[in-house]
Design a protein around this ligand. Structure first.
Ligand SMILES: [Zn+2]
Length: 407
């Protein structure tokens, strides 16, 4: 398994050189370096005896159809686009591991047909909308998105055409009823597995997410002449609320609540702040817990504002339900971990993934690999060879279990 793990890592390092900017990894949806990755992966898949095609959403798709194949195929994959100045493993490792899964299936003569999908767009960097690739495969692509424009004013429709693909055929990317399920392997992008000294975990659900902007409005005034008891300081109200956000999250099991952005007006050292514009991001794997937390925090903002003579305006931007992974396939992953002598660990994902979109269409399972230092979306992102080996052991046993099932 060591050789397979080493090759999966080496492939990530090689793909990392295919970038929009020399010296760092940036590979947005349908940019020239994505073509390079496509050509590289296509050559490898064809050499392995796979049939390769592109769909109109720019997903690269390779089918491994063994001679003894029977039953529906398993999709294994992840995304190959990146954030700006990214690491080498987010998404890409899930594709290079998928290649090794096919190598293993071939070596072991498994009768399981496998489709590898290198999803074209997950991060949402170029057009501000994530999961364009997996939406198309899941049959949930909204053609209204084609008018979106990137920073250069190029529409999504034009970007697809410029890549020699036909946007009118995106619906053909959708899978039919001949798919048994999907497995996505992905780095955790957080510190949990490292803190528990574990190589891998099955993801049992992807957290739901609510985002708001919360605006505290007071009265800007002179910092020297306005006595403390006559002020309506928007920023002190905002600060009190930020501490309340953290307090609620600390008191609520597994709740993540973040104020990640703050803008102060007029933002001058000698002026009492008249306005403070904050972001709020709340995530939990149980929708009811998330919804109650959001409601409590908005009420608290009202209460703080009333007490300080401020007004507050809250605008919702996102309200996304939690997505459970498939119970049966997740159980296969747990069995596979035990069979590989690894502690069977389940955890939730606080971040969105292609698996979340695919789960609406086919039974989907997800395996996390430890992220050393918990670091991701950063050039220092890395992976340990032993963890990649562990993921491949689990992947092999998962494939064997599935192959036995469809027999
Ligand atoms: Zn990712």
């Amino acid at each position: 398994m060591k050789e397979h793990a080493r090759r999966a890592i080496a492939e990530c390092r090689r793909i990392a050189t295919m970038s929009e900017e020399p010296g760092c990894i940036t590979r947005r949806f349908l940019t020239p370096p994505m073509r390079e990755v496509h050509d590289h992966l296509r050559r490898r898949m064809e050499a392995m005896g796979m049939t390769v095609r592109w769909d109109a959403a720019g997903n690269l798709r390779g089918i491994w159809q063994p001679e003894n194949a029977h039953g529906k195929r398993l999709i294994v994959g992840s995304h190959i686009d990146t954030v700006p100045d990214a690491g080498a493993f987010d998404g890409v490792l899930g594709v290079t591991l998928a290649l090794e899964c096919v190598e293993l299936a071939r070596e072991l003569g498994m009768p399981l047909p496998i489709e590898i999908i290198a999803f074209s767009e997950e991060e949402g960097v170029r057009f501000g909308v994530p999961f364009i690739g997996s939406r198309a495969v899941a049959g949930r692509f909204d053609p209204g998105l084609l008018v979106l424009r990137d920073a250069k004013g190029i529409t999504l429709e034009a970007a697809i055409r410029n890549y020699a693909l036909d946007p009118a055929r995106i619906h053909e990317a959708a899978i039919g009823d001949d798919v048994a399920g999907m497995l996505e392997m992905h780095i955790e992008q957080g510190p949990v597995l490292e803190s528990e000294n574990l190589s891998v975990a099955a993801v049992d659900a992807i957290a739901g997410q609510t985002r708001y902007t919360v605006e505290f409005l007071g009265q800007a005034n002179h910092a020297g002449t306005t006595p403390m008891h006559l002020r309506h300081d928007a920023l002190t109200g905002a600060a009190e609320w930020i501490a309340a956000v953290e307090g609620l999250a600390l008191r609520t099991e597994a709740l993540a609540a973040t104020v990640g952005s703050a803008r102060v007006e007029p933002n001058a050292g000698n002026v009492i702040p008249g306005a403070a514009l904050l972001s709020l991001d709340v995530r939990h794997v149980r929708d009811a817990v998330r919804e109650q937390a959001v409601e409590a925090l908005l009420k608290q903002a009202d209460a703080i504002a009333a007490q300080r003579g401020l007004s507050v305006h809250c605008t919702r931007h996102m309200n996304q339900r939690a997505v459970p992974m498939d119970e049966r396939l997740t159980a296969f992953l747990m069995e596979a971990m035990e069979a590989a002598n690894l502690p069977p660990k389940r955890m939730t994902s606080g971040a969105g993934h292609d698996a979340m979109v695919m789960a609406a269409r086919v039974p989907t399972a997800m395996l996390f690999l430890r992220s050393p230092g918990g670091i991701s979306h950063h050039p220092a992102e890395s992976v340990r060879e032993e963890d990649v080996e562990a993921a491949l052991e689990v992947g092999r046993k998962f494939l064997e279990r599935l192959a036995a099932e469809v027999r």
